[in-house]
Design a protein around this ligand. Structure first.
Ligand code: H2U
Ligand code: ZN
Length: 341
């Protein structure tokens, strides 16, 4: 047998943030495709759409009128998945059927009054205002005594289930710490307890040395394709400085963050010459009042597009039954993205 070559042979990669594995099949990227093709979204939207429930001055589904907002706008989701008033209680049957009440608040954030923009079209100074709002909301919601975790995210594009092309994101704040951040908490705190440095500080130092997976960087932030990426063009955005949440970011770092978001989303749009769909979200330390010295804030971008604007990756078969799997290597994905910077 030949010697193991990570660029050619099937292998597993470890995700130290989640403590999980991903199967990588570099040899498989040339398999023929006769499956479903997505239709590309054509971007010919007006700056104001009288039928859009997020545009300034329009009336939402619950009858409320949006103000004539000049930059960002936040409101409580009219169809919230979590209820602030859900009464506390639990249900158990022989410890096999278990349920617990979950309280929470869901909000919608409009990034801009302009219906026709996306984050990649917005000026860095405008994206900075979105970061300001994320910060304010994390602090405000996290300060509520029954909120243990604040998830800020964006679903972009109809393939990702976004209900409206108006640039917007969501915030779900809840009384327990959900699965993914709970796993990341465990992994990061264990690493910190052992090394007295954050897992992502050490990981970032290594990536900056290797360079092969770095996509864009500035003085304060770096975007790269993680070694353990699952989605074809998945990236993680990391602050160079170790801090756990947006309450600890400086004004200068916020500008750096906005700059990285702008440049990364431009690269994504260029890749398949379309307004690139993705789900993105910020992971930060829980707000349950405990101390999390190991937590290192970061943002994940999970775009589903695979080899063209019309071919999407699905999590099916082996991935639903066993582990996630990818064909093109994270290194070659990073190279393709870097070429478009
Ligand atoms: P998505 O595009 O990611 O689905 O987010 C839009 C959210 O906006 C969605 O959660 C809410 C939906 O519940 N919404 C309102 O709060 N008011 C409306 O008038 C329509 C949609
Ligand atoms: Zn709109």
């Amino acid at each position: 047998m030949a010697t193991f070559d990570i660029t050619e042979h099937s292998h597993r990669r470890f995700n130290p943030l989640l403590g999980e594995w991903v199967l990588v099949s570099p040899h498989r990227s040339k398999r023929p495709w006769q499956g479903q093709q997505e239709t590309t979204e054509q971007d010919t939207r007006p700056a104001f759409d009288p039928t859009c429930y997020l545009c300034p001055g329009n009336v939402r589904a619950n009858g409320e009128k949006n103000p004539d907002y000049p930059s960002t706008f936040v409101f409580v989701n009219d169809f919230a998945a979590l209820q602030a008033e859900s009464p506390s209680g639990s249900f158990t049957h022989q410890n096999l059927l278990r349920a617990e009440s979950e309280r929470g608040i869901c909000k919608v954030i409009c990034f801009s009054p302009r219906h026709d923009l996306t984050l990649s079209d917005m000026e860095t100074s405008e994206i900075k205002k979105v970061v300001d709002l994320w910060q304010e909301q994390y602090l405000e919601l996290g300060a509520l005594d029954y909120i243990s975790y604040v998830q800020i995210f964006e679903n972009k594009g109809s393939v990702m289930g976004s209900s409206n092309p108006h640039p917007h994101g969501q915030i779900w704040a809840q009384s327990s710490v959900p699965g993914e951040p709970a796993k990341e908490t465990e992994q990061q705190e264990a690493y910190f307890a052992e090394n007295n440095r954050s897992l992502l500080s050490d990981y970032l130092a290594l990536e900056l040395e290797e360079k092969t997976r770095v996509v864009v960087k500035n003085e304060h932030f770096v975007a790269l394709v993680p070694f353990w990426a699952v989605w074809p063009f998945e990236t993680i955005v990391l602050p160079r400085r170790h801090f756990g949440h947006l309450g600890q970011i400086s004004e200068e770092e916020k500008l750096g963050y906005a700059d990285i978001i702008k440049r990364l989303s431009k690269v994504y749009d260029k890749l398949f010459q379309t307004s690139f769909p993705y789900s993105a979200g910020i992971h930060q330390s829980p707000t349950d009042g405990k101390d999390y010295p190991g937590w290192h804030l970061h943002m994940h971008f999970y775009p589903p597009l695979l080899r063209s604007a019309s071919v999407k990756k699905f999590m099916v078969g082996y991935e639903l039954m066993a582990d996630p799997q990818r064909d093109i290597t994270p290194e070659s994905a990073a190279e393709r993205l870097r070429d478009l910077v």
